[in-house]
Design a protein around this ligand. Structure first.
Ligand SMILES: *Cc1c(COP(=O)(O)O)cnc(C)c1O
Length: 496
């Protein structure tokens, strides 16, 4: 199976080349030319397998130029011994809310680990397969969690270096501390005076700068991306939707073939797009509920057919969802528009120049056949954290809370009683201040490690080791730059 670009239908490349390049030269994103399907028989067979084996099976359908041995090796390195729990993606049952799919048991306590523990394995092999003997420089914009997960995945790997750009005022203290204390010879972390969209646009502009690209190629360096624009991020995310369904099947919580709804707290539209791909590959899913915070551009888009980023940007208690330009929407548009790359290009040009576009009635109908959009405020998310803790003794983080609130709103509005899978994207310990405040704690301090201890006492859930260790880790990076000079930071880093 080959991959093509959302902006150039004539392009056909192997999965490994798509992973190595990250983004297409035409500015488009790589998409599978056709999607493989998983039959109900195959689904049943997956049920008895471990997570790494499920991953190997699903990925073998998507990354067709990797051998079975290569995939075996990749998934075992990524998912064996690297996650806190024995199973990397366990389910928690919460009564009438449905099931929470806990994706935060990896080394950085956010769901990004699910893909970013695997991506470096895939990327290293992709470089070999494509005869690339140049150094691969990973540039990554982060709204908080991707940065650390990518640093952790790529630190001290041969033939690769990684530079992360984060918005100085757009990440939690814990997230920032995780990044600036990162160890490794081949890593760099830079704060950007701006928001995530500016970080992401800056990185995309560097990828699109062909002069800069050839300057670096002469020095033996090529760029790639660890953001969810890279197909190597999305493919591993498709796996956990299949895996969750198998777990529900295996424990007789659902019947074979029974449809479920999936609710995903959404920012760059990567995680929910992976769920969409799982649905298109045959996973029995009825509706995908796209949950947003106050930056509810996606809710409006799904409801009105108009995407309009000419609106205020808010910083919220769910910072990883504070995004107004959701990159992966381009992939969805490509599929909704019957792979008409000219139309995709046209819409993306309108977005770049006017900040808005509107899709046709027919395209909108197609979108709403699969998707529904809901959003909630910080106050509503906070009330959910409090409520779940008191009702189920379960502590969730603010991003997950946004999704739980959305799932409730969806159920109330539609009276759709289909069983619900809610994606839980981060450990509550990554956001101790917001969570303590939601629980009504009075003495929240400026020292997050004291806050962690308090939270542990209240919840009796142990603090994850990687966050505990941060207390004594030394900060290594203090560089900060303006969005328009990110390129200079890249040049500086790569000169060493
Ligand atoms: C990245 C992130 C999200 C948003 O995921 P997208 O794939 O960007 O939509 C939600 N919650 C948390 C905790 C995240 O780190």
């Amino acid at each position: 199976m080959k991959y093509t670009s959302t902006r150039n239908r004539d392009l056909k490349i192997e999965a490994s080349a798509a992973i190595l390049q990250g983004i297409s030269k035409d500015g488009g994103l790589f998409v599978p030319e056709s999607l493989p399907t998983v039959s109900s028989e195959q689904l049943k067979e997956l049920t008895v397998l471990s997570y790494p084996q499920r991953a190997k099976n699903i990925l073998s359908l998507l990354l067709t130029d990797f051998t079975a041995e290569e995939l075996d090796d990749c998934v075992n390195k990524a998912y064996t011994g690297t996650f806190e729990a024995e199973r990397p993606a366990p389910l928690a049952e919460l009564g009438e809310e449905g099931w929470l799919l806990e994706l935060f048991h990896g080394p950085t306590c956010a769901f990004k680990d699910m893909a970013l523990q695997l991506l470096p394995e895939l990327l290293t092999r992709s470089a070999l397969k494509n005869g690339c003997n140049q150094k691969v420089a990973i540039l990554t914009a982060t709204s908080g969690d991707t940065g650390k997960a990518a640093l952790e995945g790529f630190a001290d790997r041969d033939g690769v270096c990684i530079q992360v750009f984060y918005p100085t005022d757009g990440v939690s203290e814990m997230q920032k501390r995780q990044m600036i204390t990162q160890t490794g010879k081949n890593v760099s972390v830079v704060g950007v005076r701006g928001n995530f969209d500016q970080c992401q646009s800056g990185v995309k502009a560097i990828f699109g700068d062909s002069d800069f690209g050839s300057e670096l190629r002469d020095k033996g360096i090529v760029f790639s991306s660890a953001n969810s624009i890279n197909w190597g991020r999305l493919a591993p995310q498709i796996v956990y939707y299949f895996s969750a369904y198998c777990d529900l099947l295996g424990s007789n919580c659902i019947a074979p073939g029974e449809q479920i709804n999936i609710c995903v707290p959404t920012g760059n539209f990567g995680n929910i797009l992976a769920a969409y791909y799982a649905k298109k590959m045959g996973l029995p899913v009825k509706k995908l509920i796209c949950a947003s915070n106050r930056n509810n551009i996606l809710t409006d888009f799904i409801r009105t057919a108009s995407y309009d980023r000419n609106r205020p940007f808010y910083t919220t208690t769910s910072p990883s969802m504070d995004i107004l330009i959701s990159s992966n929407l381009e992939r969805l548009l490509y599929h909704l528009l019957d792979e008409d790359t000219e139309q995709v290009k046209e819409l993306m040009e309108q977005l770049a120049h006017k900040g808005c576009y509107t899709i046709s009635k027919q395209t909108h109908r197609r979108m709403t056949a699969d998707f529904c959009g809901e959003f909630s405020s910080d106050e509503e998310a906070s009330a959910v954290i409090n409520d779940l803790f008191h009702r189920y003794s379960y502590l969730c983080d603010p991003h997950t809370a946004v999704a739980v609130a959305a799932a409730r709103k969806y159920r109330q509005a539609t009276e759709d009683g289909t069983k619900m899978l809610i994606v839980s994207t981060a450990s509550p310990y990554k956001f101790p201040r917001s969570v303590l405040s939601a629980l009504g704690t009075e003495k929240i301090t400026d020292d997050d490690f004291e806050n962690l201890d308090q939270l542990e006492q209240i919840s009796r859930v142990p603090i994850p080791e990687p966050l505990k260790r941060l207390k004594t880790a030394l900060p290594r990076f203090d560089a900060v730059c303006d969005p328009d000079v990110m390129r200079d930071a890249v040049r500086d880093f790569l000169a060493h």
